[in-house]
Design a protein around this ligand. Structure first.
Ligand code: ADP
Ligand code: MG
Length: 323
């Protein structure tokens, strides 16, 4: 069992930022409205995710660390439904197999919480303690028992930049959740959870971009588009500022990318890319996902419609918001 977990971990858990992605997605799934991420160094020796979500019942904590233990529904349709980011039930098992993990969790109904420790897949302790509602997970010495993996780590600064980028994307795909990211004792990111994407963009990218944002808002019976595109004067030489999310996931779709860029290119002379932060809500039954362990590529049943609706929404924004 533990060998399988370690192999699975090799696929999903590449670096500290992949641990944080899984833990934060669990926190989001738990209904948390405030999530704090804290790391020391590169995150390998210490990282902590704290949420004020549902917590886990005492008798289910051990189970949550078992492979394929998921309390969430598991069908392809559910994969991209709004309610849940996790679905395979292997993140906690994988992480616990390659690190020293401590979890403190308490549900709203319980008077006391549970502190549970598991190192390299082996349970170390399980005890009742006083705790606030929600869950805290501390991951220490990631890859301590898989030295080969550890060798692939980049410098602390690079690993932290991966985590920072990840946290920015998570913040922008969930404007109603308050996030805090602390690295080596310094606040790197804070969002209030007031639901205003514009405030988050301002916080991350500053005034230049924020003062040039045009708001996109369009809806039909199968999709809803909301977010921002910067005026064409803010164009970029590559795609790295083209952010978008589908049903709160940072996920790539050739059709959406093309629609966004085609609409934008009707306003710029040369080969330029836009700054965007767009949230797409698409009816889950229209989605098809090719799932690889690390990357996901999205397909739509009605890609031509999706293309036209998105293209028009963005083109109209660029045309009329300027007036
Ligand atoms: P998945 O998210 O795919 O279900 P995970 O291994 O990530 O699988 O988590 C296993 C289970 O542990 C989840 O289904 C959930 O019930 C529980 N869980 C994990 N993290 C949290 C959390 N922060 N708050 C509440 N429950 C959690
Ligand atoms: Mg999960």
């Amino acid at each position: 069992q533990n060998t399988i977990n370690k192999i699975a971990a090799g696929e999903v858990i590449e670096k500290p930022s992949s641990v944080i992605k899984e833990l934060v997605e669990n926190s989001i799934d738990s209904g948390a409205t405030a999530i704090t991420v804290e790391v020391k160094g590169s995150g390998l020796s210490f990282l902590r995710v704290t949420d004020n979500g549902s917590g886990i019942k005492k008798d289910e904590v051990k189970l949550a660390f078992l492979r394929h233990a998921t309390s969430k529904l598991v069908t392809v349709e559910d994969l991209l439904s709004i309610s849940s980011l996790g679905f395979r039930g292997e993140a906690l098992a994988s992480i616990a197999s390659v690190a020293q993990v401590e979890m403190i969790t308490k549900t709203a109904d319980d008077v006391t919480g549970l502190r549970y420790q598991i190192h390299g897949g082996r349970e170390i302790s399980s005890e009742e303690i006083g705790a606030p509602g929600g869950t805290t997970i501390i991951v220490r010495n990631l890859f301590y028992n898989t030295p080969a993996r550890k060798k692939f780590m980049k410098t602390d600064l690079t690993e932290i930049s991966y985590i920072y980028d990840l946290m920015c994307r998570i913040c922008m795909s969930h404007p109603k959740i308050s996030f805090k990211f602390i690295s080596n004792g310094t606040d790197k990111l804070f969002t209030s959870g007031n639901g205003k994407l514009r405030d988050i963009i301002y916080h991350i990218y500053g005034r230049d971009i924020t003062s040039n944002l045009l708001e996109i808002n369009a809806e039909n019976d199968y999709m809803k588009i909301s977010g921002y595109i910067a005026r064409p004067c803010i164009s970029r030489g590559n795609r790295s500022f083209e952010g978008y999310y589908v049903n709160h996931r940072y996920i790539k779709s050739a059709v959406l990318t093309k629609a966004i860029e085609d609409a934008f290119r009707t306003f710029v002379m040369i080969h330029k890319f836009p700054f965007t932060e767009i949230n797409f809500q698409v009816r889950p039954d229209l989605l098809d996902v090719n799932v690889h362990p690390t990357k996901m590529e999205l397909k739509f049943a009605n890609s031509q419609d999706i293309y036209s609706f998105t293209y028009n929404a963005i083109r109209e924004t660029l045309l009329f918001k300027e007036l």
